[in-house]
Design a protein around this ligand. Structure first.
Ligand code: IPM
Ligand code: MN
Length: 351
Protein backbone atom coordinates (compact mmCIF):
# COMPACT_ATOMS: atom_id res chain seq x y z
CA UNK A 1 0.00 0.00 0.00
CA UNK A 2 1.18 3.55 -0.74
CA UNK A 3 0.49 5.87 2.16
CA UNK A 4 0.67 9.61 2.17
CA UNK A 5 0.88 10.81 5.78
CA UNK A 6 0.82 14.41 7.03
CA UNK A 7 3.32 14.75 9.86
CA UNK A 8 2.54 17.42 12.44
CA UNK A 9 5.23 17.21 15.10
CA UNK A 10 4.20 20.41 16.91
CA UNK A 11 5.71 21.56 20.18
CA UNK A 12 7.63 20.37 23.22
CA UNK A 13 8.45 16.69 23.03
CA UNK A 14 6.28 16.36 19.90
CA UNK A 15 9.18 16.33 17.42
CA UNK A 16 11.18 13.76 19.44
CA UNK A 17 8.38 11.26 19.86
CA UNK A 18 7.22 11.76 16.28
CA UNK A 19 10.73 10.90 15.03
CA UNK A 20 10.50 7.56 16.81
CA UNK A 21 7.04 6.79 15.44
CA UNK A 22 8.28 7.57 11.92
CA UNK A 23 11.25 5.26 12.40
CA UNK A 24 9.11 2.40 13.70
CA UNK A 25 6.44 2.95 11.02
CA UNK A 26 9.08 2.89 8.29
CA UNK A 27 10.46 -0.35 9.70
CA UNK A 28 6.98 -1.90 9.62
CA UNK A 29 6.33 -0.55 6.13
CA UNK A 30 9.55 -2.08 4.90
CA UNK A 31 8.78 -5.43 6.50
CA UNK A 32 5.27 -5.62 5.00
CA UNK A 33 6.06 -3.98 1.64
CA UNK A 34 4.37 -0.59 2.03
CA UNK A 35 5.61 2.81 1.00
CA UNK A 36 5.05 5.81 3.25
CA UNK A 37 5.54 9.38 2.09
CA UNK A 38 5.73 11.72 5.06
CA UNK A 39 4.57 15.29 4.55
CA UNK A 40 5.83 17.50 7.43
CA UNK A 41 3.76 20.58 8.26
CA UNK A 42 3.81 23.29 10.93
CA UNK A 43 1.42 23.46 13.84
CA UNK A 44 1.13 24.83 17.40
CA UNK A 45 3.53 27.33 18.96
CA UNK A 46 6.11 26.30 16.38
CA UNK A 47 3.72 27.53 13.65
CA UNK A 48 2.93 30.76 15.54
CA UNK A 49 6.65 31.49 15.76
CA UNK A 50 7.19 30.74 12.07
CA UNK A 51 4.10 32.19 10.37
CA UNK A 52 1.97 33.83 13.08
CA UNK A 53 -0.78 31.26 13.43
CA UNK A 54 -1.09 27.80 14.98
CA UNK A 55 -2.88 25.99 12.13
CA UNK A 56 -1.82 27.68 8.90
CA UNK A 57 -3.72 27.16 5.62
CA UNK A 58 -0.68 25.43 4.14
CA UNK A 59 -0.86 22.85 6.93
CA UNK A 60 -4.58 22.37 6.36
CA UNK A 61 -3.98 21.73 2.65
CA UNK A 62 -1.41 19.04 3.48
CA UNK A 63 -3.70 17.38 6.05
CA UNK A 64 -6.77 17.47 3.80
CA UNK A 65 -4.92 15.78 0.98
CA UNK A 66 -3.24 13.15 3.13
CA UNK A 67 -4.47 9.60 3.83
CA UNK A 68 -4.01 10.30 7.55
CA UNK A 69 -2.35 12.72 9.94
CA UNK A 70 0.21 11.72 12.56
CA UNK A 71 0.31 14.36 15.27
CA UNK A 72 2.79 14.99 18.09
CA UNK A 73 1.65 17.60 20.60
CA UNK A 74 0.97 21.28 20.88
CA UNK A 75 1.29 23.76 23.72
CA UNK A 76 4.01 26.02 25.03
CA UNK A 77 4.42 27.45 28.56
CA UNK A 78 4.95 30.97 27.26
CA UNK A 79 1.22 31.05 26.43
CA UNK A 80 -0.10 29.25 29.51
CA UNK A 81 0.02 32.12 31.96
CA UNK A 82 -0.87 34.84 29.53
CA UNK A 83 -4.66 35.03 29.12
CA UNK A 84 -4.18 38.11 26.93
CA UNK A 85 -2.10 36.35 24.23
CA UNK A 86 -3.87 37.14 20.92
CA UNK A 87 -3.18 33.69 19.46
CA UNK A 88 -2.70 30.49 21.41
CA UNK A 89 -1.39 27.12 20.21
CA UNK A 90 -4.55 25.36 21.44
CA UNK A 91 -6.66 27.44 19.04
CA UNK A 92 -4.82 25.65 16.26
CA UNK A 93 -5.88 22.28 17.63
CA UNK A 94 -9.55 23.29 17.80
CA UNK A 95 -9.42 24.88 14.35
CA UNK A 96 -7.84 21.74 12.93
CA UNK A 97 -10.46 19.47 14.52
CA UNK A 98 -13.26 21.58 13.09
CA UNK A 99 -11.69 22.11 9.66
CA UNK A 100 -10.91 18.42 9.19
CA UNK A 101 -14.27 17.37 10.66
CA UNK A 102 -12.65 15.12 13.27
CA UNK A 103 -15.83 14.47 15.20
CA UNK A 104 -15.01 11.20 16.97
CA UNK A 105 -12.07 11.06 19.34
CA UNK A 106 -11.17 7.47 20.16
CA UNK A 107 -9.27 7.18 23.45
CA UNK A 108 -8.57 3.66 24.66
CA UNK A 109 -7.35 2.69 28.11
CA UNK A 110 -5.81 -0.73 28.47
CA UNK A 111 -3.32 -2.27 30.83
CA UNK A 112 0.01 -3.92 30.14
CA UNK A 113 0.64 -7.14 32.07
CA UNK A 114 4.19 -6.04 32.91
CA UNK A 115 2.99 -2.72 34.37
CA UNK A 116 0.09 -3.71 36.61
CA UNK A 117 1.94 -2.52 39.70
CA UNK A 118 2.82 0.87 38.17
CA UNK A 119 -0.79 2.03 38.24
CA UNK A 120 -1.97 4.45 40.94
CA UNK A 121 -4.83 1.95 41.41
CA UNK A 122 -4.46 -1.44 43.03
CA UNK A 123 -3.70 -4.34 40.69
CA UNK A 124 -6.95 -6.17 41.49
CA UNK A 125 -8.95 -3.10 40.52
CA UNK A 126 -7.40 -2.69 37.10
CA UNK A 127 -6.62 -6.21 35.91
CA UNK A 128 -8.43 -6.84 32.64
CA UNK A 129 -9.21 -3.17 31.99
CA UNK A 130 -9.75 -2.61 28.29
CA UNK A 131 -12.10 0.26 27.61
CA UNK A 132 -12.52 2.88 24.89
CA UNK A 133 -13.92 6.35 25.15
CA UNK A 134 -15.51 7.88 22.09
CA UNK A 135 -15.46 11.57 22.82
CA UNK A 136 -17.43 13.94 20.58
CA UNK A 137 -14.79 16.40 19.38
CA UNK A 138 -16.28 19.16 17.23
CA UNK A 139 -19.33 20.31 19.17
CA UNK A 140 -20.66 21.17 22.61
CA UNK A 141 -19.33 23.85 24.90
CA UNK A 142 -15.97 23.96 23.10
CA UNK A 143 -17.58 25.39 19.98
CA UNK A 144 -20.74 27.14 21.23
CA UNK A 145 -21.12 30.88 21.33
CA UNK A 146 -18.91 32.38 24.01
CA UNK A 147 -18.20 35.84 25.26
CA UNK A 148 -18.49 38.51 27.91
CA UNK A 149 -21.19 40.99 28.79
CA UNK A 150 -21.90 43.54 31.55
CA UNK A 151 -18.59 45.29 30.94
CA UNK A 152 -16.77 42.01 31.13
CA UNK A 153 -18.13 41.00 34.52
CA UNK A 154 -20.27 38.18 33.11
CA UNK A 155 -18.91 35.40 30.91
CA UNK A 156 -20.74 32.63 29.05
CA UNK A 157 -19.96 29.50 27.03
CA UNK A 158 -22.96 27.91 25.38
CA UNK A 159 -23.25 24.16 25.05
CA UNK A 160 -25.14 23.18 21.89
CA UNK A 161 -25.70 19.77 20.27
CA UNK A 162 -27.79 18.72 17.32
CA UNK A 163 -29.45 15.30 17.04
CA UNK A 164 -27.33 14.60 13.98
CA UNK A 165 -24.08 15.28 15.85
CA UNK A 166 -25.14 12.86 18.57
CA UNK A 167 -26.25 10.24 16.06
CA UNK A 168 -22.99 10.14 14.09
CA UNK A 169 -20.93 9.77 17.26
CA UNK A 170 -23.29 7.20 18.79
CA UNK A 171 -23.28 5.21 15.54
CA UNK A 172 -19.51 4.85 15.82
CA UNK A 173 -19.99 3.79 19.44
CA UNK A 174 -22.53 1.09 18.60
CA UNK A 175 -20.36 -0.17 15.73
CA UNK A 176 -17.29 -0.29 17.92
CA UNK A 177 -19.21 -2.09 20.67
CA UNK A 178 -20.29 -4.72 18.12
CA UNK A 179 -16.61 -5.53 17.43
CA UNK A 180 -15.85 -5.81 21.16
CA UNK A 181 -17.89 -7.06 24.11
CA UNK A 182 -21.14 -5.41 22.96
CA UNK A 183 -21.45 -3.12 25.96
CA UNK A 184 -22.03 0.59 25.47
CA UNK A 185 -22.24 3.23 28.17
CA UNK A 186 -23.77 6.60 27.35
CA UNK A 187 -22.23 9.15 29.71
CA UNK A 188 -24.29 12.28 30.30
CA UNK A 189 -25.80 14.60 32.88
CA UNK A 190 -29.40 14.10 31.84
CA UNK A 191 -30.65 14.92 35.33
CA UNK A 192 -29.57 18.53 34.77
CA UNK A 193 -28.64 19.38 31.18
CA UNK A 194 -30.95 19.68 28.18
CA UNK A 195 -28.14 18.71 25.77
CA UNK A 196 -27.69 15.53 27.82
CA UNK A 197 -31.39 14.75 27.53
CA UNK A 198 -31.05 15.05 23.76
CA UNK A 199 -28.06 12.68 23.89
CA UNK A 200 -29.95 10.13 25.94
CA UNK A 201 -33.13 10.30 23.86
CA UNK A 202 -31.12 9.99 20.62
CA UNK A 203 -29.10 7.01 21.81
CA UNK A 204 -32.23 5.32 23.19
CA UNK A 205 -33.87 5.62 19.78
CA UNK A 206 -30.85 3.95 18.14
CA UNK A 207 -30.86 0.92 20.43
CA UNK A 208 -33.35 -0.97 18.24
CA UNK A 209 -30.85 -0.93 15.34
CA UNK A 210 -28.26 -2.72 17.48
CA UNK A 211 -30.30 -5.30 19.44
CA UNK A 212 -27.17 -7.19 20.53
CA UNK A 213 -25.60 -4.20 22.24
CA UNK A 214 -26.37 -3.78 25.92
CA UNK A 215 -26.61 -0.05 26.59
CA UNK A 216 -26.30 1.60 29.98
CA UNK A 217 -26.93 5.26 30.76
CA UNK A 218 -24.82 6.77 33.52
CA UNK A 219 -24.30 10.25 34.87
CA UNK A 220 -20.86 11.70 34.33
CA UNK A 221 -20.17 12.21 38.04
CA UNK A 222 -20.94 8.55 38.75
CA UNK A 223 -18.72 7.44 35.86
CA UNK A 224 -15.84 9.54 37.25
CA UNK A 225 -16.22 7.57 40.45
CA UNK A 226 -16.70 4.09 38.98
CA UNK A 227 -13.70 4.61 36.65
CA UNK A 228 -11.35 4.51 39.64
CA UNK A 229 -13.32 1.79 41.41
CA UNK A 230 -13.98 -0.72 38.65
CA UNK A 231 -12.45 0.43 35.38
CA UNK A 232 -12.63 -3.13 34.10
CA UNK A 233 -16.43 -3.01 34.21
CA UNK A 234 -16.53 -0.71 31.16
CA UNK A 235 -16.15 -1.47 27.47
CA UNK A 236 -17.17 1.35 25.08
CA UNK A 237 -18.20 4.73 26.50
CA UNK A 238 -19.65 7.54 24.43
CA UNK A 239 -19.81 11.10 25.63
CA UNK A 240 -19.85 14.77 24.74
CA UNK A 241 -16.78 16.93 24.26
CA UNK A 242 -16.07 18.38 27.73
CA UNK A 243 -17.05 15.29 29.73
CA UNK A 244 -14.82 13.26 27.41
CA UNK A 245 -11.93 15.65 27.86
CA UNK A 246 -12.04 15.27 31.62
CA UNK A 247 -12.78 11.55 31.87
CA UNK A 248 -10.11 10.54 29.34
CA UNK A 249 -7.41 12.27 31.37
CA UNK A 250 -8.64 10.40 34.42
CA UNK A 251 -8.63 7.11 32.50
CA UNK A 252 -5.24 7.72 30.89
CA UNK A 253 -3.23 7.16 34.07
CA UNK A 254 -4.81 3.80 34.88
CA UNK A 255 -2.27 1.99 32.69
CA UNK A 256 0.64 3.27 34.76
CA UNK A 257 2.03 6.03 32.57
CA UNK A 258 0.44 8.78 30.54
CA UNK A 259 3.26 8.15 28.07
CA UNK A 260 1.60 4.96 26.88
CA UNK A 261 -1.87 5.85 25.67
CA UNK A 262 -2.57 6.49 21.98
CA UNK A 263 -5.61 8.06 20.39
CA UNK A 264 -7.35 8.58 17.08
CA UNK A 265 -9.64 11.35 15.91
CA UNK A 266 -11.87 10.16 13.13
CA UNK A 267 -13.54 12.28 10.52
CA UNK A 268 -15.64 11.55 7.49
CA UNK A 269 -12.56 11.71 5.28
CA UNK A 270 -9.21 12.05 6.98
CA UNK A 271 -8.32 10.77 10.46
CA UNK A 272 -5.65 11.88 12.88
CA UNK A 273 -3.53 9.82 15.27
CA UNK A 274 -1.98 11.33 18.35
CA UNK A 275 -0.49 10.40 21.74
CA UNK A 276 -2.64 11.83 24.49
CA UNK A 277 0.18 13.02 26.76
CA UNK A 278 0.60 16.54 25.39
CA UNK A 279 3.76 18.58 24.86
CA UNK A 280 5.49 18.02 28.25
CA UNK A 281 7.59 21.20 27.83
CA UNK A 282 9.93 20.50 30.77
CA UNK A 283 11.27 17.46 28.91
CA UNK A 284 11.80 19.14 25.53
CA UNK A 285 15.04 18.12 23.87
CA UNK A 286 16.20 16.01 26.82
CA UNK A 287 15.70 12.66 25.10
CA UNK A 288 13.68 11.39 28.08
CA UNK A 289 10.08 11.41 26.77
CA UNK A 290 8.35 8.08 26.33
CA UNK A 291 7.76 7.52 22.59
CA UNK A 292 5.47 4.51 23.09
CA UNK A 293 2.14 6.37 22.99
CA UNK A 294 3.11 7.88 19.63
CA UNK A 295 4.27 4.51 18.31
CA UNK A 296 0.95 3.00 19.45
CA UNK A 297 -0.89 5.88 17.76
CA UNK A 298 0.90 4.96 14.53
CA UNK A 299 -0.23 1.37 15.16
CA UNK A 300 -3.83 2.61 15.35
CA UNK A 301 -3.23 4.41 12.06
CA UNK A 302 -2.12 1.21 10.33
CA UNK A 303 -5.10 -0.64 11.79
CA UNK A 304 -7.41 2.07 10.51
CA UNK A 305 -6.15 1.31 7.00
CA UNK A 306 -7.09 -2.31 7.64
CA UNK A 307 -3.41 -3.22 8.14
CA UNK A 308 -4.03 -5.22 11.30
CA UNK A 309 -0.86 -7.31 11.26
CA UNK A 310 1.26 -4.21 10.86
CA UNK A 311 -0.45 -2.62 13.85
CA UNK A 312 -0.01 -5.79 15.85
CA UNK A 313 3.70 -5.93 15.03
CA UNK A 314 4.08 -2.48 16.58
CA UNK A 315 2.01 -3.36 19.64
CA UNK A 316 3.96 -6.57 20.13
CA UNK A 317 7.25 -4.65 19.92
CA UNK A 318 6.03 -2.24 22.61
CA UNK A 319 4.99 -5.13 24.87
CA UNK A 320 8.35 -6.81 24.31
CA UNK A 321 10.20 -3.61 25.17
CA UNK A 322 8.17 -3.21 28.36
CA UNK A 323 8.91 -6.78 29.37
CA UNK A 324 12.60 -6.43 28.54
CA UNK A 325 12.82 -3.18 30.51
CA UNK A 326 13.69 -1.11 27.45
CA UNK A 327 11.84 1.90 28.81
CA UNK A 328 12.23 5.62 29.42
CA UNK A 329 12.59 7.04 32.92
CA UNK A 330 8.84 7.33 33.57
CA UNK A 331 8.73 3.52 33.68
CA UNK A 332 12.24 2.70 34.82
CA UNK A 333 11.33 2.38 38.51
CA UNK A 334 14.80 3.33 39.62
CA UNK A 335 16.31 0.85 37.16
CA UNK A 336 18.06 1.63 33.89
CA UNK A 337 16.33 4.31 31.84
CA UNK A 338 16.77 4.38 28.08
CA UNK A 339 16.54 7.53 25.98
CA UNK A 340 13.61 8.39 23.71
CA UNK A 341 15.72 7.67 20.66
CA UNK A 342 17.14 4.43 22.04
CA UNK A 343 13.65 3.10 22.78
CA UNK A 344 12.64 4.11 19.24
CA UNK A 345 15.66 2.32 17.76
CA UNK A 346 14.89 -0.81 19.77
CA UNK A 347 11.26 -0.84 18.67
CA UNK A 348 12.21 -0.32 15.02
CA UNK A 349 14.64 -3.23 15.26
CA UNK A 350 12.02 -5.44 16.89
CA UNK A 351 8.88 -5.01 14.79
C1 IPM B 1 -7.11 17.33 24.68
C2 IPM B 1 -6.61 18.66 25.19
C3 IPM B 1 -7.29 19.77 24.39
C4 IPM B 1 -8.79 19.67 24.64
C5 IPM B 1 -6.78 21.18 24.70
C6 IPM B 1 -5.28 21.29 24.55
C7 IPM B 1 -7.48 22.22 23.86
O1 IPM B 1 -6.80 18.79 26.54
O2 IPM B 1 -6.86 17.00 23.50
O3 IPM B 1 -7.77 16.62 25.45
O4 IPM B 1 -9.28 20.23 25.63
O5 IPM B 1 -9.47 19.03 23.84
MN1 MN C 1 -7.68 17.05 27.47
Amino acid sequence: MKLNIALLAGDGIGPEVIDQAVKVSDAVAQKFGHEITWKPALTGAAAIDAVGEPYPDATHEICKNADAVLFGAIGHPKYDNDPSAPVRPEQGLLKMRKALGLFANVRPTFTFPSLLDKSPLKRERIEGTDLVFLRELTGGIYFGEKGRKDNGDTAYDNCVYTREEVQRLAKKGFELAMTRSKKLCCVDKANVLETSRLWRETVQAMEKDYPEVEVSYEFVDAVAMRLVQWPNSYDVLITENLFGDILTDEASVISGSMGLMPSASMGAEVSLFEPIHGSYPQATGLNIANPMATVLSAAMMFENFGLMEEGKAMRDAVNKALEAGVVTEDLANGGKAYGTKEVGDWLAANV
